[in-house]
Design a binder for this molecule. Structure first.
Ligand code: SAM
Length: 194
């Protein structure tokens, strides 16, 4: 099993778009409690026939995860605790990436919501802008960025922002989040000026 049902959202997105492949470097933003990292890890684990899919040997791929909260370690996942909005934390993340090209950035980050629509829209937008900046600086040419957004105020601006940066933009509402309000995932594939 997974630490959270959130894993099934990433699974659906990945199965629809084939984003995650062994050998990649993936950055997982807002990673706690760790279900998306677990999903990524399983995709990167070499499987041996006859073990029922049990993982054997070293991971084929790199996962760098980041969250404000603590994160129970997952073997092979490099975790950084801190606020993605802070310069020092971004530096730590960039040090972990170490100049390597990043294949996919996934972000399930959600800000603390105040209930005031305009404030919340601004908080969501700020995190997305930072994630896009990071993607712009680190993604491979055909890399992908997956971000959680909310289908409420500010949504269409976020779609436009994605379209300004990526050649292909998709909005996906996984069945796994059906009951969960207005949550939608924007996926940008291929930087326009990468
Ligand atoms: N994808 C995760 C999983 O599969 O276990 C679940 C993520 S949870 C819905 C959202 C996470 O975003 C929370 O753990 C929260 O601490 C984190 N978060 C929100 N704002 C953040 C920020 N500014 N920097 C880092 N993490 C943040």
């Amino acid at each position: 099993g997974y630490r959270s049902r959130a894993a099934y959202k990433l699974k659906e997105i990945d199965e629809g778009l084939q984003l995650i492949r062994p050998g990649q470097l993936v950055v997982d933003l807002g990673a706690a409690p760790g279900a998306w990292s677990q999903y990524l890890r399983r995709k990167f684990a070499p499987k041996e026939a006859g073990t029922g899919g049990a993982a054997v040997g070293a991971l084929n791929g790199t996962i760098i995860a980041l969250d404000l909260l603590e994160f129970e370690p997952i073997e092979g996942v490099h975790f950084i605790q801190g606020d993605f909005r802070e310069e020092v934390v971004l530096k730590q993340l960039e040090e972990a990436v170490g100049g390597r090209p990043v294949d996919v950035v996934v972000s399930d980050m959600a800000p603390n919501l105040s209930g005031v629509e305009i404030t919340d829209a601004a908080r969501v937008e700020h995190l997305i802008e930072l994630a896009i900046d990071f993607a712009q600086n680190h993604l491979v040419k055909n890399g992908a960025l997956v971000c959680k957004v909310f289908h409420s105020s500010g949504y269409s601006q976020l779609v436009e922002l994605f379209k300004a940066h990526f050649r292909v933009v998709k909005a996906i509402k996984p069945k796994a989040s059906r009951d969960r309000s207005s949550e939608t995932f924007l996926v940008g594939i291929g930087l326009k000026n990468g």
